[in-house]
Design a protein around this ligand. Structure first.
Ligand code: GLU
Ligand code: MG
Length: 436
């Protein structure tokens, strides 16, 4: 018997999961045209394999069309070769389906281009943990813990390179068994594709070495969370960087400032899309170096939005390296959906002509609520239910998405919340660790 090589065509869905179907590799040409069949109600499969209330029921047919530019083919030497592509969900007529996350991101990017003539460059920084007990303890950023997993780190970086990414760095992070992996920036949809691919390759790398990796937002509330930090900068149509202005606040161009102001203004309304799990809000608490308020920090790792340091010296190189980082995201979020929400909020800020936010330089958790309010800061929602309410309360934010989106997303998340409702926090963390 000869095994038949298969290619998996997948979509990263509302649960941030890659789901799809595999077909024989020799059918690729046909599948690039006609895709694989897909079902509307699949969008309601949540991260616990429950199905939220669906407006589609058992009805309807869609296509999932693989995009060859996302092809990943990696041989981990464990038997079969991992081979997949991400794709877009379309109607049978070939139009984008209104709940296809990749298409939702594309329309946010199109809007940004229309509003400001700019293109987004983004890089996702990921933290993850290896399941089980750590081989060595007391090893925040430690060499020994890195060496214990050198094989995993080298295999992962090699796999990422083979998948077309530019591996940047990898380290033992602060938490038990926690590692962080960083790849270089990509333009537009490709940046979110890269984030999805990185998560999958991290899990496969770990599996190939007898380990298991989890990107759960937080594994143990007594420790730190696993963040996803999204670095963003802009170029114009000629490829010239437009994020930086020496004379601007913290080096931000007026355009960057307006984008940042939009993100902070609408942060409470979009956070249900960037930190979308029940336990995401355990991570988004003060003093975990994540994000708890709608503030801009200059090189401050507790701000929701951070202006990052530059290491280059020449003005041209500074302008290219300069970027800001959105920290209120985690890997329960679909990267395409999270980025779509951030880009819409930023584009809205540009459209509204907002002024650059003033950076904070103090611990906002020490300020009295009145002081916070007087300075325009709010504590971000402290639960998924509250975050969903804030999304639905904003006609502006809801309006960035096709009409059915908000209700579908709510129903999806309701089923997810119901699954964990009776669990204590340890049980919830275990359930999410199992899923992500
Ligand atoms: N683990 C932190 C988080 O949840 C981030 C730590 C860091 O700054 O790298 O976002
Ligand atoms: Mg980190």
């Amino acid at each position: 018997m000869t095994p038949m090589p298969l290619i998996f065509a997948g979509t990263c869905d509302l649960a941030g999961k890659v789901r799809g179907k595999a077909f024989p590799a020799d059918q690729l040409d046909k599948r690039l045209q006609r895709g694989v069949g897909w079902t509307p109600t699949n969008v309601q499969i949540n991260c616990f394999d429950g199905i939220g209330e669906s407006p589609f029921g058992a009805l309807g047919d869609l296509l999932l069309i693989p995009d060859p530019s996302t092809e990943v083919k990696v041989d981990f030497g464990t038997g079969a070769v991992e081979h997949f592509m991400l794709g877009n969900i379309t109607t049978l007529d070939g139009d984008p389906w209104e709940l296809c996350t990749r298409s939702l991101l594309q329309s946010a990017l199109d809007r940004l281009h229309q509003v400001a003539g700019i293109r987004l460059i983004a890089a996702f920084e990921h933290e993850f943990q290896l399941k089980g007990e750590p081989a060595v303890r007391n090893q925040g950023y430690g060499l020994e813990a890195f060496e214990v997993q050198r094989c995993l780190c080298e295999t992962l970086m090699g796999a990422l390179k083979q998948a077309g990414m530019e591996p940047d760095s990898i380290m033992k992070e602060y938490g038990d068994n926690q590692y962080e992996v960083v790849v270089g920036p990509n333009e537009g949809v490709r940046a979110a594709d890269a984030a999805v691919i990185l998560r999958e390759l991290t899990r496969s790398t770990a599996r190939s070495l007898g380990e298991a990796a989890t990107f759960t937002p937080i594994r143990d509330v007594a420790s730190v969370g696993n963040g996803v930090h999204i670095h963003m900068s802009f170029i114009d149509d000629d490829g010239q960087p437009v994020t930086y202005d020496e004379a601007g606040a913290c080096g931000m161009s007026a355009l960057t400032g307006a984008f940042a102001a939009g993100v902070l203004k609408y942060l409470e309304n979009i956070i249900a899309l960037t930190a979308p799990s029940d336990i995401s809000y355990e991570r988004l608490t003060p003093h975990r170096w994540s994000a708890a308020y709608n503030n801009l920090g200059f090189r401050d790792r507790e701000a929701s939005l951070r202006v990052c340091p530059v290491t280059r010296k020449e003005p041209v190189s500074i302008a290219r390296q300069f970027n800001m980082e959105y920290r209120a995201a985690d890997a329960a979020a679909c990267p395409h959906l999270a980025l779509a929400a951030i880009v819409h909020a930023g584009a809205q800020g540009i459209e509204e002509g907002l002024r650059s936010p003033a950076p904070t330089e103090e611990d906002l958790s020490l300020l009295a609520p009145d002081d916070l309010a007087a300075r325009g800061f709010i504590r971000l929602p402290t639960s998924l239910a509250a975050a969903l309410d804030r999304f639905e309360a904003s006609e502006t934010a809801k309006g960035w998405f096709p009409v059915p989106f908000a209700a579908v997303y709510r129903a999806h998340k309701e089923a997810e919340m119901a699954h964990v409702a009776e669990m204590d926090i340890t049980g919830k963390c275990a359930a999410y660790e199992d899923s992500y």
